[in-house]
Design a protein around this ligand. Structure first.
Ligand code: SF4
Length: 423
């Protein structure tokens, strides 16, 4: 089997007690069959604790979280009691492998790290895009049809071509995604010429590519887009209160924009679209997030400009195989765009408006609003200054670990907006 993995994969080491956003908090651990059988044989008082803690539901075994959300084996010093008592080999499969993951397709496999681990994400942020390749012996290799093999080869070639180009993309958010989108459209015609993903057919893509003018005047960050983003966020299965607090920020941003209330606009989405299309200048002025970017201190702007290509590479590598399931490249574009858009908007809004130092904590205090003390902190920042790393790790934990949430990110197709212009 051919394997690929990012160069940071082998550099990863868990930072254990130094990790603030420990994976031993907030996640209930599923225990595999082999580990459960091993735990049955552990002697002494620790063996008794193991068996008393292990719970079963419909044939599945797991360690439930403590009331404070911690793993029952997380010690006060941040170390794992299981490792301290029995060594690393005693960990169940989930704990042993996290944050590593593997995906395979036919005779091809990818290894990667989950961005939900803060140490993994540190490596992802500084990744230069190098991908290492090798071979692995395996018993079961699915034989792909020649058509599937063609798609896979094209996808990997497409990704390699993008890798070459990304360093030359504009650093401006809108221009970056416009360039990326054009790449996707061209590749869609080559790899999936008959796909009808989104509301536009391939013929229209071809025309857009040749006329270009419509795409060049397209703004990703506009009011219409905000409404779509809120729409998908409404459907997200939330794991943390921070997510709803962030969504509130987003909502506030939308309601500030129009003369009408957000509720009105949301219920009359089609009216909003007409209004936006009818007055392009007005729509552009409403791209308040772009203004927020310019208000950031220079070093924060540079942080973002460096992070955007790194995030783009991470999502593209991690979801390389997604178009094979979707029979189109456009859902991958949607996922990459909407994920980075979420991280970007959270970064801008939080840094500009809510990064208020209150004693030792950076708060989510909303100016002029009375908020209960316990509600005003974004716990995902651990009292640090809000950063891209913390926001992206939080996004990954909240969204990437839930298949249903990921599905909410696959359906945004900017072409549908452009097509309304009559292309
Ligand atoms: S989140 Fe990552 S660095 Fe932190 S404890 Fe878990 S594996 Fe280690």
């Amino acid at each position: 089997m051919d394997i690929e993995y990012p160069s940071y994969y082998d550099q990863f080491h868990c930072i254990a007690s130094s990790c603030k956003d420990s994976c031993c908090r907030g996640w209930c651990i599923d225990v595999d069959k082999d580990s459960r059988e091993r735990y049955d044989r552990v002697p002494g008082s620790f063996g008794e604790k193991l068996r008393a803690t292990l719970k079963e539901e419909k044939g599945n075994y797991f360690f439930p979280l403590e009331e404070n959300g911690n793993c029952p084996f997380l010690k006060e010093n941040g170390l794992c009691e299981m490792i301290c008592e029995l060594g690393e080999d005693a960990l169940c499969e989930v704990c042993q492998s996290y944050p590593r993951m593997k995906r395979s397709y036919g005779n091809y496999a990818q290894y990667d790290l989950n961005a939900s681990c803060e140490e993994a994400f540190r490596l992802i942020l500084s990744w230069d895009g190098e991908i290492l390749r090798g071979r692995e012996d395996t018993d079961a290799e699915e034989i792909l049809s020649s058509e599937k093999e063609r798609e896979l080869i094209h996808l990997i070639a497409f990704r390699s071509a993008l890798w070459e180009e990304i360093p030359y993309f504009s650093k401006d958010f809108n221009a970056f995604f416009l360039e990326l989108y054009k790449f996707f459209l061209e590749a869609e015609l080559l790899i999936y010429p008959n796909a009808s993903a989104g509301k536009c057919k391939a013929g229209k893509i071809e025309r857009l590519n040749s006329e270009n003018v419509y795409l060049d005047s397209f703004s990703f960050l506009n009011e219409e887009r905000f409404l779509e983003a809120i729409n998908w966020q409404k459907k997200i299965k939330e794991k943390s209160l921070d997510f709803s607090k962030w969504r509130e920020l987003f909502l506030e941003e939308v309601t500030k924009k129009g003369k009408k209330t957000f509720e009105y606009e949301f219920k009359n989405e089609s009216n909003t679209v007409e209004k936006s299309e009818g007055n392009k200048e007005d729509r552009m002025n409403q791209s308040r997030l772009e203004e927020y970017f310019l208000k950031l201190p220079k070093e924060k702007q540079i942080d973002w400009e460096k992070a955007m290509p790194a995030l783009c590479r991470y999502f593209l590598f991690r979801y390389t195989l997604l178009p094979l399931e979707e029979a189109s490249l456009l859902p991958l574009f949607s996922l990459v765009y909407q994920s980075i858009e979420w991280i970007y908007t959270a970064y801008l809004l939080i840094l500009n408006q809510y990064s208020v130092k209150d004693g030792n904590c950076y708060t989510g205090l909303i100016e002029g609003k009375e908020i209960k003390k316990e509600d005003k902190y974004f716990s995902c920042f651990f009292s640090e200054e809000p950063s891209i790393l913390r926001i992206a790790v939080f996004f990954s934990k909240e969204i990437e670990h839930d298949e249903e949430n990921i599905r909410q990110l696959l359906s945004y197709n900017p072409l549908s907006n452009i097509c309304k212009k009559g292309v």
